[in-house]
Design a protein around this ligand. Structure first.
Ligand code: SF4
Ligand code: SF4
Length: 239
């Protein structure tokens, strides 16, 4: 999920805070009890034939997937636009939510790593401050485990076989695909939004790059058409 989705900027009431901690706790308890059956190859093949959401999440980072909209037709990728897009019309598909927080067996865009050790330590502390006791294993997957997951479910994709890909965000089976453990798959929202890693904060898929003007770290007060391979087209627009 991209950086612009901020559910709220006001302080939470004690009731809301309690609800949030409970929701995070149930997410972590789910992490600790991964017993979800994984889909068989036949089930995946069957779903692929019928699932309208299977194909759109392939090749999220491929700039040739979407025509680049002219600047005059682009909207600023504001929080509202990001929310409407990413959790309701991801990649332009009605109802598709948070495609970049999920993986298909043939598509391993985004929701991986490597994560830095500092983020892992901070995240463990962040959970513990909320009274939720998590370990490194609850949050990330390291090489030995990831290699086996890659062999079993991602056709030995090289990303899973290389040590420098790790640590990666913990993933769980979710229907025919895998999702980040911290994704609420029902509403497409990140359950650790304020603590999500930089790779999530900084991520924009090719659809967003091709269709919107986005803020960048270096240009926080402007919306910029992101370079997707054609530097001559790169321009900036004042907010
Ligand atoms: S894939 Fe693109 S449109 Fe979909 S949630 Fe991610 S950034 Fe948003
Ligand atoms: S932490 Fe997971 S759910 Fe949250 S934005 Fe990153 S990939 Fe998505």
């Amino acid at each position: 999920m991209p950086p612009n989705i901020k559910p709220t900027t006001r302080s939470l009431t004690p009731e809301e805070l309690e609800k949030l901690v409970k929701s995070a706790a149930s997410s972590v308890s789910a992490i600790k009890n991964i017993k979800q059956p994984l889909p068989s190859k036949e089930e995946v093949a069957e779903e692929k034939k019928s699932a309208k959401f299977y194909l759109p999440v392939l090749r999220l980072n491929d700039p040739t997937q979407w025509d680049s909209k002219p600047l005059s037709e682009r909207k600023h990728f504001t929080n509202e636009v990001a929310k409407a897009t990413c959790v309701g019309k991801c990649c332009g598909y009605d109802g598709l939510k948070a495609g970049c927080c999920q993986l298909d067996p043939e598509d391993i865009e985004h929701v991986l790593g490597p994560l830095d050790e500092e983020w892992i330590k901070k995240t463990i502390k962040w959970f513990r401050k909320k009274g939720i006791n998590v370990t490194r294993h609850d949050i990330v997957i390291d090489f030995e485990e990831g290699r086996l997951i890659g062999q079993a479910h991602f056709n030995n994709h090289p990303v899973f076989l290389q040590k420098d890909s790790y640590p990666i965000l913990r993933i769980q089976a979710s229907g025919i695909r895998f999702s980040c453990k911290f994704l609420n798959v029902s509403n497409g929202m990140c359950t650790i939004y304020e603590q999500r890693p930089d790779m999530c904060k900084d991520y924009y898929c090719s659809y967003v790059k091709s269709n919107f003007l986005v803020r960048t770290k270096n240009h926080p007060n402007t919306y910029k058409k992101i370079d997707i391979g054609n530097k001559e087209e790169e321009k900036e627009e004042k907010e």
